[in-house]
Design a protein around this ligand. Structure first.
Ligand code: RM4
Ligand code: MN
Length: 388
């Protein structure tokens, strides 16, 4: 098998974007539990995200969600991030929390509501110009609950037209990334339910429109790494929203529910040229920390991605190809499994230390006292929640 030393330099290419909303309170429809020290505004969310980068060196940017992270002056927010060693990343639009969007947004029948949703996206692009962001990520809650409720074909056509208008405003160095999701909030059909629909919509727009793959947005037992392969083959895998799921869109810590699946996904990312300096597939997290501490939850998440990336890099590609060519079914599978079963944690700890980072970022963060300090300092005000 490939030795850790031979692949260590490739770990430097890893950058994982954190979602600002992971630092706010979240929950289920049953209860949202609060945590002392939870950020009250985007500035505090970014301060917390910067801690993840400080202890891991893995998370140099933070995605914003609009309007949740609206501020008066994005230049000030940008400077605040840069002072703390991070950048502002992807801008996420939001057309799922306004009364007007009950029956949809970009696919809505009503011209006024479609106009409002398009304008929201144009505003997001204005924000991207100020934050220096590359990507506009669009996830649409559009869909229907009952067969016959609306004309699915008409909705697809309207969505296409609306996306065209948004895409026309995307700058030379910017991208539009369209995320799909099998169900929820709509329970009969979603207007962008799968990678094929997202691909068809972005392919019709142009080169700077790509697909976002959220690992929690598929039917159980979907072969996600196959989708990764296909989208990379088509040059359309813009980004990942990483998280893990046991049942539906659980938004749990990436690699928690099924580390082997995460490994297989990253193997295909590397194989398809989407990793690090080879490509421009963005690694992002899209998670909620309902009961665990949020900053350690994010630290654990980026470490899980790093660990599976190291294991995936350890796959002996030449031996694998040889076994595949020879039709050696078990041999080929064995080569993949050898890499998966390698415990890279001691090597990763030593590698981190050699770069001036703590070998055990979870322990180092716990010892730093940061959680106690924000709990003491952030008194009063309203804690940010999923939705603000
Ligand atoms: C959606 C989707 C989006 C995220 C929101 C919060 O389910 O995954 O990426 O922006 O949730
Ligand atoms: Mn997502």
């Amino acid at each position: 098998m490939t030795a850790f030393d031979a692949i260590a330099h490739r770990l430097e290419e890893q950058a994982i974007e954190l979602p600002s909303w992971a630092f706010g309170n979240s929950g289920t429809r049953f209860r949202v539990f609060t945590t002392p020290g939870t950020p009250r505004d985007p500035f505090e969310k970014i301060a917390d995200a910067a801690q993840v980068h400080k202890f891991t060196g893995l998370a140099p940017s933070v995605a914003l969600h609009i309007p949740w992270d609206k501020v008066d002056d994005y230049g000030v927010l940008r400077a605040h991030a840069e002072e703390r060693g991070v950048r502002l990343g992807t801008i996420n639009s939001n057309t799922f929390q306004d009364e007007d969007y009950k029956l949809g947004s970009l696919a809505h029948r009503d011209d006024r509501i479609r106009r409002k949703a398009i304008d929201h996206h144009l505003e997001c692009i204005d924000i991207m110009d100020q934050t220096g962001s590359r990507d506009l990520k669009i996830w649409l809650a559009d869909g229907t609950n009952y067969a016959g409720q609306d004309d699915m074909r008409g909705r697809q056509d309207r969505m296409h037209e609306a996306l065209q208008e948004i895409y026309a405003r995307i700058g030379e160095n910017q991208r539009l990334v369209l995320e799909y999701k099998i169900f929820e909030p709509a329970f009969y059909h979603m207007d962008v339910p799968d990678w094929g629909t997202s691909y068809a919509q972005v392919a019709a727009l142009g080169e700077r429109a790509t697909v976002c793959l959220d690992t929690g947005h598929h039917a159980p037992s979907t072969n996600i790494e196959f989708i990764v392969m296909q989208l990379l083959r088509l040059g359309k895998l813009g980004s990942f929203d990483f998280n893990s799921r046991n049942y539906a869109d659980d938004d749990l810590i990436v690699g928690a529910a099924d580390p082997f699946q995460l490994f297989r996904i990253i193997v295909e990312v590397i194989r398809g040229g989407g990793y690090g300096n080879d490509g421009d597939t963005a690694f992002m997290l899209d998670q909620c920390h309902n009961i665990e501490d949020k900053i350690p939850g994010q630290i654990r998440s980026v470490l899980n991605v790093q660990e599976m990336t190291a294991r995936a890099l350890l796959v002996d590609r030449d031996a694998l190809t040889e076994a595949q060519v020879a039709g050696d079914v078990l041999g080929a599978n064995g080569i993949l499994m050898d890499a998966f079963y390698t415990d890279v944690r001691p090597d990763l700890a030593a590698w981190r230390e050699s770069r001036g980072l703590p070998g055990d970022p979870m322990a180092a963060f716990a010892e730093s006292g940061y959680l106690a300090s924000i709990a003491a300092e952030r008194v009063g005000g309203t804690q940010a929640g999923w939705g603000a």
